[in-house]
Ligand binder design. Sequence first.
Ligand SMILES: C[S@@+](CC[C@H](N)C(=O)[O-])C[C@H]1O[C@@H](n2cnc3c(N)ncnc32)[C@H](O)[C@@H]1O
Length: 299
Amino acid sequence: MPKKPAKPTPAKKTSKQPAAKKKPAAKKAARPTLAERADKHALYQVSVQSPGVDIEFFEEQFAKYRGRKPLRMREDFCGTALLSTEWCKSDPQRTALGVDLDAATLAWGREHNLEPAGPDVARRVKLAQADVRETRFAKVDLTLAMNFSYCVFHTRDQLGEYFTAACKGLVRDGVLALEVYGGTESMSVLEEERPVRGATYIWEQEKFCPIDHRTMCHISWRFKDRSQIKRAFTYDWRLWTLPELHELLLAAGFKAVKFYFERVDGDEGDEFLTGTGDFVEHTEIENQEAWLAYVIALK
Ligand SMILES: C[S@@+](CC[C@H](N)C(=O)[O-])C[C@H]1O[C@@H](n2cnc3c(N)ncnc32)[C@H](O)[C@@H]1O
């Protein structure tokens, strides 16, 4: 539910100045607002990414299906390459390739994630400014595409081309994992808020069209001084359904596709259920208002 607007801060009283004799005071530069001082990439990372949890889950699944530890990871749509950096920090033998179209975001990641992680980690993370459908990269054990980024592909041909490239980019027993969201609310116009470090994160679903499943979503942040970074990130996505993803992954060459849903806690009749952070494989499940799932495709 949208949070109530913050109480307005009372205007500060100023004492009367004997203006006539005084030199006009140099105009004090307005203090930058919290929004002006904030960094949208840093906020994005704390608001929607949890690389530690992702790494733990995917290495466990990889070991279950393949009986070994994945070492070479490719992060598609890597943005600031936070996951790639954490991957290489998690094991000195690990390497990562981050692929993203946006040079400025990659540069931010190099400066704020790779370099602070130290030369050994930075050396093992390669970044490529490229389309994820390119097939020129060295093969990896595991490709991760988090936070629904493949939804930028609006047609079956485009998404099929991506899945084919992802499959080719994997070693013989490689694995591709995608993050998916859905449920009845995913097709509604809505705004959701939650507190993150020092700000309020706002997820806005501006529109959804049932004919082509295109949805327009935005991320904004509001701060304690009521300043905002409005629509810092905008996503023009196609909301793909699980059967579509399943069929396209098989057509692209994957042998099996698994669906993992978050286990929720709560008593019968509770209005809200709480996510446990535990993801369990399902072949059948009731729809919910909002769900988050991982799709694991085995080559
Ligand atoms: C939602 S961000 C994902 C950031 C991060 N990986 C995460 O998990 O939250 C989407 C990123 O995908 C990139 N992108 C969009 N289309 C792409 C494409 N065809 N190939 C490579 N990167 C693409 C954008 O530049 C953007 O940085």
